[in-house]
Design a binder for this molecule. Structure first.
Ligand SMILES: [Fe+2]
Length: 478
């Protein structure tokens, strides 16, 4: 006989954060404002965590939880929606037991003994389409292939055995000009290992180049960046201590007294070509873009002058010091790695989940798109950054509302010529909308707004896949 399901009364599970635990199909979302652009055909895939059952620990953290895939299919003049759990080994084991069996975030030493040696991956962070495969990503595991129309699990994808690692990032980068996917694995040989691998994947899904090296410490590496010529990999001092996790503690801890290290290496280079740049402790979850300018390399990221993850404590027990994420340009002189790097804040508005017109990944670029937190109450708004003029344009989704990560969809030639598509949280109504905006005129508000009768709790990251690409596997953006 299973125990009744009781979610603890903790802030994480209140209001918008309450576990949803519902799979849905909606044929034809209700269009409540504007018109659907006729050239917008394809699917917005996204993935995020939900809680299948109450966590084994009351100090659950919001990035944990079983993966839920979401798809908004733009077809036949309407938008259909589907969400399904990623029914992987962890999910099925817990489904059978009717309770959580896996413990603290990534900490296998806190799991129920009945799942010792089982796969604890959650597949809860992002969804990408590459090599004719839809992949649910989580940085603790290899990519999980799922059916693009049913979200049925097909199994882990290891690139024909070429990934000599236990995991791959949820933040790979696309080079649409070359139809290449750039990716990496960190702690690649298991918990607290320093093994790191960079991968170049061609259009057919084959790994065609790898670079293996060791991190300066067993870091958390959530995101990285690429330029046309180089990989840029920051190692912030958020790290894993084997003794701590064996004792049941947090998987990551913040080390204020350690430097951050940035590895820069040619995309088709070798480990001995890595240039290392060092600087005082800081951190970031997400990168906007990077590009070359002569011998200088610029990396734009949402930088915290401290610990970017409040739920990963300081190793020495010191109190968490809040710090806002500020869009910052780090600059590296490839002729002088010994000089470290410079930093320049690009604007005062705290911002996160940065996106760009991905046709400009790795290239000099003008526009960035973020969730921005505008005063006076740090309301979540859409931010459009113009690096040429320094201007920041905002779209406020309305009272008691916030947005999730905006994805750019190309419409025609020229940077920024496209749409921004994003879920909108209607917090007071406990449900969501899907908004489509003209990326060149966001202040006018949505050109199409679809009402959802349900709540899309948290979908972290995802990808727009044009209808044609779902057939051919190739991206042919204008
Ligand atoms: Fe992320």
């Amino acid at each position: 006989m299973a125990e009744p399901v009781r979610f603890p009364n903790i802030p994480l599970y209140e209001g918008w954060g309450a576990p949803n635990r519902v799979e849905s199909d909606i044929l034809g979302l209700e269009l409540i404002a504007g018109e659907l652009p006729q050239d917008l055909r394809g699917c917005l895939f996204r993935c995020g965590p939900d809680r299948q059952f109450p966590s084994l620990f009351k100090d659950d953290i919001f990035i944990d939880g079983e993966g839920m895939m979401h798809g908004w299919y733009f077809r036949d003049g309407q938008v259909d929606y589907k969400c399904r759990w990623v029914r992987n080994e962890r999910f099925l084991l817990q489904e059978k037991a009717r309770r959580s069996l896996f413990g603290r975030y990534r900490n296998r030493y806190t799991n129920d003994p009945s799942v010792a040696g089982k796969d604890q991956g959650t597949a809860n962070t992002s969804a990408i389409w590459h090599g004719k495969k839809l992949l649910a990503l989580k940085e603790d595991s290899l990519p999980m292939e799922v059916d693009p129309y049913t979200f049925e699990v097909k199994g882990y994808h290891n690139y024909n055995g070429k990934v000599n690692a236990l995991s791959m990032t949820a933040h790979p980068k696309f080079d649409y000009a070359k139809n290449e996917l750039l990716s990496f694995s960190y702690q690649a040989k298991g918990d607290a290992t320093t093994d790191f691998l960079l991968h170049v994947v061609d259009a057919s899904g084959d790994i065609v180049h790898q670079i293996a090296f060791h991190m300066p410490f067993p870091a958390m590496v959530h995101d990285f960046a690429v330029t046309d010529t180089h990989f840029v990999v920051p190692f912030f001092p958020i790290m894993t201590d084997m003794e701590v996790i064996k004792a049941g503690g947090p998987y990551y801890q913040w080390h204020q007294d350690k430097e951050c290290h940035v590895a820069i290496v040619p995309r088709r280079g070798t480990a001995d070509q890595i240039q290392w740049f060092k600087g005082p402790a800081c951190s970031a979850g997400h990168m906007m873009n990077a590009f070359n300018e002569g011998s200088m390399l610029h990396l734009d990221l949402c930088l915290y002058e401290g610990n970017c993850f409040a739920f990963f404590p300081a190793y020495d027990g010191s109190e968490y010091k809040p710090c806002p994420p500020l869009l910052t340009r780090m600059t590296f002189d490839l002729h002088h790695p010994e000089a470290g790097f410079s930093k320049r804040v690009l604007g005062p508005m705290p911002s996160e989940m940065p996106q760009i017109d991905e046709r400009f990944v790795g290239k000099p670029y003008r526009y960035g798109y973020t969730i921005s937190f505008a005063p006076p109450r740090r309301v979540s708004q859409l931010g459009v950054w113009d690096h040429q003029t320094g201007e920041l344009k905002l779209w406020n989704p309305g009272p008691d509302s916030s947005i999730q990560e905006p994805k750019f969809v190309p419409r025609g030639p020229g940077e920024g010529n496209g749409y921004l598509v994003m879920p909108v949280n209607r917090v007071a109504e406990n449900r969501s909308d899907l908004a489509v905006l003209d990326a060149q005129n966001v202040e006018a508000g949505p050109i199409a707004l679809f009402k959802m009768p349900i709540r899309v709790k948290a979908s972290f990251h995802g990808m727009w896949v044009p209808a044609q690409t779902m057939q051919t596997g190739l991206y042919n953006f204008p």
